[in-house]
Design a protein around this ligand. Structure first.
Ligand code: FE2
Length: 397
């Protein structure tokens, strides 16, 4: 199989796949087709994309109990009513379906949160992780949706989920009862991660309250405990509303600590700003400022047809497309960087992004779009190759 004159990391190249491996990468025009070789002309080659933040336990539940108002509050209430009804097979079946959609769109690594308030969901997603081995790399974050200090039993369920083998420890400090208890929950998450050799991935300051200041505590803990490169702070929407001098301090701290901030623009643009009249704030963290400071930013889809967000296709290009709009990242270089994030920085929770080079596994994406901006504009599915074999279209999104 030969890709001729394809864009790879800003260069036009020819790339030959031999069996399961990339046989050669050379400047465009250097490789000639062999007799009978399958040839694709033009387009773009990238590593597979990675999803750093989704909730697979809740996917496809949005139609079961409709969120009439479309608000975060009703979403939380609907999820709370559905959670006791979950069964192992139900969670597995819905999560499997959406993983198939991700795969179709070229996403072969997925980090899912699971609500530790449901032991059923925790066990189902850990079983799915094993089932997907060799196909999609799944990481599971022990996420206490309703906090760990608000009521008896929640801390124990959260600790039990980590003991069952979750990859990362979650928390939701802005949802705890007091500011102090929020900070305490952050430290407890690091303690638990240290005990189990796990990573840390917090829902952090997902509110429009400029007084929500947990991210600085996450950064301080990361620095003090040497956790740099193993911590993700998801959402961080309060940063949008911080006074500029304070935001500047926190952004610098994020970069220094090596904490990755994951923006989830699809959910947050509709769930945040709900207590505003006009003008209404956008609930998006400060991506441009984080980039300028040298911090790492990921882009998550967060929800796929769940109680919080009734839409969603498991196509990360949709999340990227929303981000360039609401964060006003429509400069040529900015749009290209947003596209590149899906195939590079989004892999950081799993380690490094796969490389495309001779001798590496032929696990890659081929977009018919001629450049990153065209790929964002059309959001068309790439062809997905795993070890040299094209992944078949499975379930339509
Ligand atoms: Fe989330």
């Amino acid at each position: 199989m030969l890709f001729r004159d394809a864009l790879l990391d800003g260069q036009r190249v020819d790339l030959r796949v031999v069996g399961a491996t990339i046989g050669a990468v050379a400047p465009a025009g250097a490789l000639q087709p062999l007799p009978g070789e399958d040839v694709s002309l033009g387009g773009m080659l990238t590593p597979p994309s990675a999803e750093p933040h989704v909730h697979l336990d809740a996917v496809l539940l949005g139609e079961r109990v409709p969120n009439v108002s479309g608000t975060l509050r009703e979403g939380i209430a609907n999820w709370a009513s559905l959670r006791p009804t979950l069964t192992h097979e139900d969670v597995l079946e819905r999560a499997r379906t959406v993983v198939g959609w991700y795969e179709k769109h070229g996403t072969l690594r997925i980090r899912t949160h699971v609500d530790t308030g449901s032991r059923v969901a925790v066990e189902a997603l850990l079983a799915l992780r094993a089932e997907l081995t060799g196909r999609v790399e799944l990481q599971v974050v022990a996420f206490p949706q309703e906090g760990i200090l608000r009521a008896p039993g929640r801390r124990q369920a959260w600790e039990d989920a980590v003991a069952l083998g979750c990859d990362a420890v979650g928390a939701i400090p802005h949802f705890e009862r007091t500011t102090e208890e929020g900070w305490q929950s952050v430290k407890m998450a690091f303690d638990l991660a240290e005990r189990h050799g796990a990573r840390v991935d917090l829902h952090c300051d997902e509110t429009d309250d400029p007084g929500s200041r947990n991210l600085e505590v996450v950064c301080a803990q990361t620095l003090d405990r040497g956790f740099g490169g193993r911590v993700v702070a998801g959402h961080c929407t309060a940063m949008h509303s911080y006074p500029n001098p304070y935001a500047a301090k926190v952004v610098e701290l994020v970069a220094a600590a090596g904490v990755q901030v994951v923006a989830n623009p699809l959910d947050n643009v509709v769930l945040q700003g709900r207590y505003d009249s006009y003008p209404r704030r956008r609930g998006i963290t400060r991506v441009d400022a984080l980039w300028a400071a040298g911090a790492s930013v990921g882009i998550g889809h967060d929800s796929v047809m769940d109680p919080w967000y009734r839409l969603g296709t498991a196509n990360l290009l949709d999340a990227a497309y929303m981000l360039v709009h609401v964060a006003q990242l429509t400069g040529e270089v900015e749009m290209a960087r947003v596209f590149r994030t899906l195939h590079h920085e989004n892999h950081l929770p799993f380690g490094a992004a796969p490389t495309i080079a001779a001798g590496q596994p032929a696990t890659l994406l081929w977009y018919s779009a001629s450049d990153p901006i065209e790929a964002l504009r059309t959001r068309a599915c790439p062809r997905v190759y795993r070890d040299g074999v094209q992944v078949g279209v499975q379930v339509g999104a």
